[in-house]
Design a protein around this ligand. Structure first.
Ligand SMILES: NC(=O)c1ccc[n+]([C@@H]2O[C@H](COP(=O)([O-])OP(=O)(O)OC[C@H]3O[C@@H](n4cnc5c(N)ncnc54)[C@H](O)[C@@H]3O)[C@@H](O)[C@H]2O)c1
Length: 249
């Protein structure tokens, strides 16, 4: 079995954003490692395709709605009798200059990207209370380097995700819940490719990233699995860059 020694076999894991990109790669890898995956996304068709490829339960839900987040955790907990791992990967990116960013779009980005992570952490932490668990939040290098052009609200949600990870690591650590994050750089997913066509997209990463390429979703998934696993037993409050060295100064 893949991931032997990670201690993920039989663990009940919620993965959001599982219909595409990094969340999908994480759900597949967790299932391969023997975890009991509950894949969550607003895109029901993508979830159906995922469950055709790997053993996992699926829940279609719009996570911009905080009560929906609580419902998802309740349903996932009922499926396997417990929740051991939460991976927050669902998000949207909208590139809009600040002058054109209306309040509705601001709130949409906050609700989908940040409030969902908060609401899912809140509900999952309660479900994990009896036995502890591990949470991995997906942030972005945008939280630290200003992100791609015209992505102010998105970058702010990702800064919030880092703060959420650190705050909850302190708050939930005494209850045996470790909270960590990942900061992907440019990753080859539908979101990662948004706004920059080929060949400029590839050229951008060949020029700006020390490893001379964009990342693959599976590379981020492996970092997430590590942070969700027993191998990271002593790590909490850490945000791991997965960006090919982009953030080196
Ligand atoms: N791809 C990159 O270059 C990159 C870089 C930095 C950070 N990230 C972060 O990684 C995570 C995964 O991104 P990705 O590149 O795989 O993107 P993606 O667009 O491939 O996947 C995101 C998934 O989130 C789902 N989603 C969107 N809104 C939702 C909602 N309201 N409710 C439920 N699900 C919803 C989408 O349906 C989609 O399946 C995100 O948090 C993103 O911000 C990505």
């Amino acid at each position: 079995m893949a991931g032997e020694g990670l201690g993920l076999a039989g663990r009940a894991a919620i993965v959001t954003g599982a219909a595409s990109g990094i969340g999908r790669a994480t759900a597949l890898l967790l299932a391969e490692a023997g975890a009991l995956v509950v894949a969550v996304d607003v895109e029901a068709r993508g979830l159906a395709a995922l469950s055709g490829e790997a053993p996992c339960a699926t829940i279609a839900a719009d996570l911009s709605d905080a009560p929906a987040c609580a419902r998802v955790v309740g349903e996932a907990g009922a499926l396997h009798g417990r929740i051991d791992v939460l991976v927050n990967a669902a998000a949207i990116l909208r590139r809009v200059a600040i002058a054109d960013m209306d309040d509705a779009l601001w709130h949409r980005l906050m609700d989908v990207n940040l409030r969902s992570q908060f609401a899912l952490c809140r509900a999952a932490a309660t479900a994990m209370r009896p036995h502890g668990g591990r949470i991995v939040n997906t942030s972005s290098t945008a939280a630290f380097n200003g992100g791609a052009k015209n992505s102010s609200a998105y970058a702010i949600t990702k800064g919030g995700s880092v703060a959420l990870t650190r705050v909850l690591a302190r708050e939930l650590g005494p209850r045996g819940i470790a909270v960590n994050g990942v900061c992907p750089g440019g990753i080859d997913t539908p979101m990662g490719r948004q706004g920059l066509p080929e060949p400029e997209w590839s050229r951008h990463y060949e020029t700006n990233v020390p490893l001379r390429r964009a990342g693959q979703p599976e590379e981020v998934a492996r970092a997430i699995l590590f942070l969700a696993s027993d191998w990271a037993a002593g790590i909490s409050g850490h945000v791991l860059d997965v960006e090919g060295g982009l953030m080196l100064r």
